[in-house]
Design a protein around this ligand. Structure first.
Ligand SMILES: Nc1nc2c(c(=O)[nH]1)N[C@H]1C(S)=C(S)[C@@H](COP(=O)(O)OP(=O)(O)OC[C@H]3O[C@@H](n4cnc5c(=O)[nH]c(N)nc54)[C@H](O)[C@@H]3O)O[C@H]1N2
Ligand SMILES: Nc1nc2c(c(=O)[nH]1)N[C@H]1C(S)=C(S)[C@@H](COP(=O)(O)OP(=O)(O)OC[C@H]3O[C@@H](n4cnc5c(=O)[nH]c(N)nc54)[C@H](O)[C@@H]3O)O[C@H]1N2
Ligand SMILES: [Mo]
Length: 778
């Protein structure tokens, strides 16, 4: 597809004992020999990433769970609220005994309270592999064996944009995956203005599988052609060196003001594209009155924005001039909307691209979230990949995913979501497989209290994450290297036969095997398993791909042939700019899927909801949480470079990046000096919600007033008896706020919060995160 590499000649496995495999962070091959795992990246990947190096040390690490465990307090007292969750001992149990116990508990909750008392959202990235995909497995199980469950909608990634974009621009998949591509940037763009950047650490990762990392090469080619990159971000590293970017270090959370001022400059100078706005958008006149200050007396000019963003007015004006009349693309990263009022920068980025008249042109317009994940900006496969049916959910109730603690703490309470007033259900049992809420959720000390209110928490995990430690019943599951599967994503041409490389760890079982055993106890074997073994499922799930290939007159190998070959190249669709290009070419024949069929600069639908925190057009809404005495610094809690979220935090690539075992924060020399902090110190970050320790790197590559600490270090509370324990390992989610983006989307706001920082001179508490919990006799 790119770079002229034919992957068909580069099957990942070979005859030296390496077997083909894949992960969310790249296709690779692996060999288990003499108790040691070797991994090597796919030979066709032009820019492989280091995260696969987490596998060797992780595979047989003591942090793996060796056998089923039940929490002592739950065994003694039975199901019910208990604030000892997360600080209790565990009792080992045989598979037969634990399956009987859990089967009865599931039947009790189902029969007494109904499936609407079970929360099975089970959000999380789980692993690559389409059959053993944990979310599909758990949802299928709960649907077939219990009759359903309360689910969650949207994601922590894009909570605000996935609700907003369909109202203003079109379907979320269309905007993120079939719009401006890396090929177009390399060939056509003159200027790329990236809010939040397009860090290579992020595009390394893609759900399902990824065989080629193309982003660095595309930025290199664009830059060599003369394309300019401008980065608006608190961190210089949010664009790679290859982009040769100009860095504007705006104050976090102020992007909407900067975008407003860019459009204001264009509008007052008559440089906005009136023809485009007339033909393709609705609502410009209403918005323009706000922009010019007619509605609130405040023109959103460069001088106004300079005061809010810290970017000089002259820089803003000259940036507007550089964007005008050129093939310009506006990029807004997911991170901007994972914050208070996260809807606004997403909406305003679209308005900026519309005012420039660039939407729908090759390499121009609005590339929302390009670079956030490796599957954006790529071609679509022309044939379907395998997917496991989740069967029908008999429960209609759902929550926006990031409202989990609110739901558990406030059953029966009303809240607003997407124009509706909804009521939180009363949940008795939570079942998780393939996600880590003690990674992804905010205000973890509050989440602890929420989980304390349950009757029962069940977790399938491959390792002793904080979520597993808070569970009542912990069932050990296999890692992908211990089972066979098919790896595939809709935007990567290589479908991979994931061969098992090593026997399961301890007594670990596949999620499928665990759910099959429970289905049997609940009388749902046939509905859940359909009588198939794992291999029969793989053959069955492979068949739609084979049929589609045959229908297109292409070589369509049978399953055995595919399995022996180890991988297969799938045909891809042309890079045609998707729906936005078609809309531009003929807006009457190809209207957008928005209510008006056009780009909505003003949305009557959203205005009609009447939410003060999300009005009918993009608006500058100041943050509630801003630096103030006591918490004078912004904390940026972004994605980690050395792992995917919390996964394999105990692997070598992740642990090598830590300092004295702790996650590393970055801060500016001026902020460090003011606090007597030097590079390499251990620091304490704290606010009214919690505190954590971290190592520190002092660098000029971060804005003053900002400290950055990536997510993903496992929550490791030092004093479990304390109400607000100190996380000694460096998990920033003890500090973040658990509030929604707005009443419209209720998305996650974990990306930024405010903190104070000090040097930590006390005795360093040991890190326990990767030590198995204490076990007790039955
Ligand atoms: N402060 C802050 N918080 C954030 C973010 C942020 O920017 N700032 N980002 C958010 C975002 S975008 C996301 S997507 C979330 C990610 O949050 P999650 O997706 O929950 O994080 P992961 O660490 O990927 O969790 C996956 C878990 O599944 C387990 N697992 C892997 N394979 C299997 C399997 O086959 N079976 C079972 N049963 N388990 C398996 C892994 O061991 C791991 O514990 O975090 C969010 N949290
Ligand atoms: N290596 C690795 N890659 C990943 C992941 C991972 O865990 N590890 N997770 C994947 C997932 S699930 C997702 S959803 C994506 C997430 O993609 P993003 O949400 O885009 O990724 P982040 O790294 O959280 O944020 C990108 C950058 O935004 C900047 N930023 C923060 N606040 C602001 C602000 O207010 N204004 C501006 N202009 N910039 C700001 C930060 O400096 C940060 O480095 O990443 C994916 N890629
Ligand atoms: Mo995400």
């Amino acid at each position: 597809m790119t770079d002229g590499i034919d992957l068909r000649d580069a099957t990942p496995g070979d005859d030296a004992g390496f077997k083909p495999h894949t992960s969310h962070w790249g296709v690779f091959s692996a060999r288990w020999r003499d108790g040691k795992l070797d991994v090597r990246p796919h030979p066709g990947d032009p820019d492989p990433n280091g995260i696969i190096d987490n596998f060797p040390a992780a595979l047989r690490h003591r942090a793996r769970i060796a056998q089923p465990m039940v929490r002592k307090g739950w065994l003694e007292r039975g199901p019910g609220p208990d604030d000892r969750r997360g600080r209790d001992e565990f009792v080992p149990m045989s598979w037969d005994a634990v399956m009987d116990l859990l089967g009865s508990e599931l039947a009790r909750v189902r029969d007494k309270h109904g499936p609407g008392a079970v929360f099975g959202g089970s959000y999380g990235w789980a692993s690559a592999g389409r059959f053993h995909h944990a979310q599909s497995q758990i949802h299928r199980f709960l649907n077939t064996a219990l009759g359903g469950y309360v689910r969650s909608v949207n994601s922590y990634s894009s909570g605000a944009s996935s609700v907003l974009l369909p109202q203003i621009l079109g379907g979320y998949e269309e905007i993120t995956k079939r719009n401006v591509s890396w090929e177009q940037i390399a060939e056509h763009s003159d200027i790329v203005l990236a809010f939040g950047g397009m860090a290579l650490k992020n595009s390394m990762v893609a759900g399902g599988s990824i065989s080629e990392h193309v982003e660095r090469g595309a930025m290199e080619r664009a830059s060599a052609r003369g394309c300019e990159f401008v980065l608006v971000s608190p961190l210089r590293s949010d664009l790679p060196v290859a982009a040769r970017a100009e860095w504007l270090g705006a104050i976090p959370g102020t992007d909407t003001a900067l975008m407003l001022a860019l459009v204001h400059t264009l509008a007052v100078e008559g440089r906005h594209d009136r023809d485009f706005l007339d033909r393709y958008t609705v609502g410009w006149p209403v918005f323009e009155r706000y922009l010019l200050g007619a509605t609130d007396g405040q023109p959103k000019d460069a001088g106004w924005a300079a005061g809010l963003t810290g970017v000089p007015a002259e820089t803003i004006r000259s940036l507007a001039h550089r964007l005008h009349g050129r093939r310009a693309v506006i990029v807004v990263s997911h991170s901007l909307q994972r914050a208070e009022h996260g809807e606004q920068p997403v909406w305003m980025g679209a308005v900026l691209a519309a005012a420039l008249g660039q939407i729908g042109l090759p390499g121009g317009g609005y590339a929302y979230a390009l670079g956030a994940i490796g599957y954006y900006g790529r071609r679509y496969n022309a044939v379907p990949g395998p997917t496991l049916s989740q069967a029908r959910n008999g429960v209609a109730e759902f929550i926006p995913v990031a409202r989990i603690a609110d739901m558990l703490l406030n059953p029966g309470t009303q809240y607003r979501y997407n124009g509706q007033t909804k009521t939180y259900p009363d949940i008795r049992l939570v079942y998780w497989a393939g996600g880590n809420p003690f990674h992804h959720h905010q205000d973890l000390n509050r989440l602890r209290k929420a989980f304390g209110k349950l009757d029962t928490l069940v977790v399938h995990e491959l390792a002793w994450t904080a979520t597993a430690r808070h569970a009542d019943i912990v069932l050990p599951c296999t890692m992908t290297l211990e089972r066979e599967d098919i790896g595939c994503s809709s935007n990567d041409p290589l479908m991979v036969a994931m061969h098992p490389v090593v026997e399961p760890y301890g007594e670990a079982r596949d999620d499928y095997a665990i759910f099959s055993g429970l289905a049997e106890r609940l009388g749902a074997t046939e509905a859940f398993t359909e009588g198939r073994t794992v291999r029969q499922w793989l053959e069955y799930l492979y068949e739609p791909t084979r049929t589609a290939l045959a229908e297109q007159g292409l070589p369509a190998p049978g399953f055995d042939e595919f399995w022996t070959a180890g991988s297969m190249m799938l045909p891809q669709l042309p890079d045609d700019g998707g729906h936005l290009r078609k809309f531009r070419d003929d807006p009457d024949a190809n209207p957008l899927t928005t209510p008006s069929g056009k780009i909505e600069i003003f949305s009557e639908t959203i205005a009609g909801y009447g939410e003060p925190d999300c009005p009918g057009h993009p608006t500058w809404l100041p943050r509630v949480e801003v630096p103030r005495p006591g918490t004078p610094m912004f904390l940026v809690a972004n994605q980690p470079a050395t792992r995917l979220h919390s996964q394999l935090d105990f692997g070598g690539h992740s642990t090598d990046s830590k300092h004295r075992g702790r996650e590393v924060a970055q801060m500016h020399p001026t902020d460090a000096a003011a606090r007597g902090i030097s590079d390499g110190d251990i620091i304490k970050l704290f606010n009214e919600r919690g505190a954590c320790l971290a190592g520190v790197r002092v660098t000029e590559d971060i804005c003053r007033g900002v400290i950055q600490l990536p997510t993903g270090a496992w929550y490791d509370p030092v004093d479990p008896e304390d109400d607000n324990p100190l996380c000694v390992h460096g998990n920033p989610n003890v500090l973040t706020r658990d509030v929604g983006t707005s009443a419209l989307a209720q998305g996650c706001t974990g990306q930024i919060t405010t903190v104070e920082v000090e040097r930590f001179d006390g005795n360093l508490p040991p890190i326990q995160a990767f030590e198995p919990p204490v076990t007790a006799a039955a």
